[in-house]
Design a protein. Structure first.
Length: 246
């Protein structure tokens, strides 16, 4: 079980010690810097109100720097722009990942659908969610965690519409790799094929090589304990019985 990340807030217009850090990744929305002790600095780089989050190597303590009055506004969130990379790195400590996938919950069981952009993850989730027993956990990303010997999926907050996400979780019953616009066909996937495909859709901090062994071990164990399938389907087809009655 991961320890919580406790954050201390500082009202500041700039980060006071950037000269001690070297860049690891620099993008349009966020940046990641690292200091000699192994601490990480997450920077919101192209948003109106700049923000910095300095996190210790163990990801248990953080110091936030930013203009707090400007951030205390409607529709503003102090971690906006840096929340997802922060969670990716926090989860990686235990080998857990965020997947580019949709997820649903039926009763106490979770089902995840993986595929590249355009594979129909969101469309499939919205379609089956029309049934009253189905709850969408996430239409484009889900958190995959290994807890007490079982794999769980959880919703994420990064969605345009609130009804398309949920903070709830469920034990992962089955995982499907989607292929859209083909006749409905379900076929088992080998563990080696599954790991390769999951790696293509997982948000993994490759710049932290010390995290990779745990992540790979978790994914390998996942493929041996959770049923995995290739799922071909056509839009408009009744896919829910296929998903639940394997």
């Amino acid at each position: 079980m991961l320890d919580p990340l406790r954050i201390q807030m500082h009202d500041a217009e700039r980060f006071p010690a950037l000269d001690r850090y070297s860049p690891v990744f620099r993008g349009k929305v966020w940046e990641l810097w690292k200091n000699p002790e192994g601490g990480h600095l997450f920077v919101g780089s192209t948003i109106t109100n700049p923000r910095w989050l300095d996190v210790n190597p163990g990801f248990t303590r953080g110091s936030f720097f930013g203009p707090l009055e400007s951030l205390n506004q409607p529709n503003e969130f102090f971690l906006r722009g840096i929340d997802m990379p922060l969670y990716v790195n926090w989860l990686a400590r235990d080998g857990d990942v965020i997947l580019h996938a949709s997820g649903i919950k039926i009763g106490d069981k979770g089902y995840a659908f993986i595929g590249p952009s355009g594979a129909g993850k969101s469309t499939l989730a919205r379609t089956v969610a029309a049934q009253p027993q189905v709850k969408i956990l996430g239409e484009d990303q889900v958190v995959l965690r290994h807890l007490e010997g079982r794999y769980w999926i959880y919703g994420t907050p990064w969605h345009e519409t609130p009804e398309m996400c949920s903070p709830e979780g469920a034990p992962l019953k089955r995982l499907f790799f989607l292929h859209r616009d083909y006749p409905t066909l379900l076929s088992p996937l080998s563990p080696s094929e599954a790991v390769a495909q999951i790696l293509q859709t997982a948000f993994i901090p490759y710049y932290q090589p010390q995290r990779l062994p745990n992540i790979l071990a978790n994914l390998s164990s996942l493929t041996e304990t959770v049923p995995l399938y290739n799922l071909s389907y056509q839009l408009g087809s009744d896919i829910l019985p296929v998903i639940t009655n394997v």
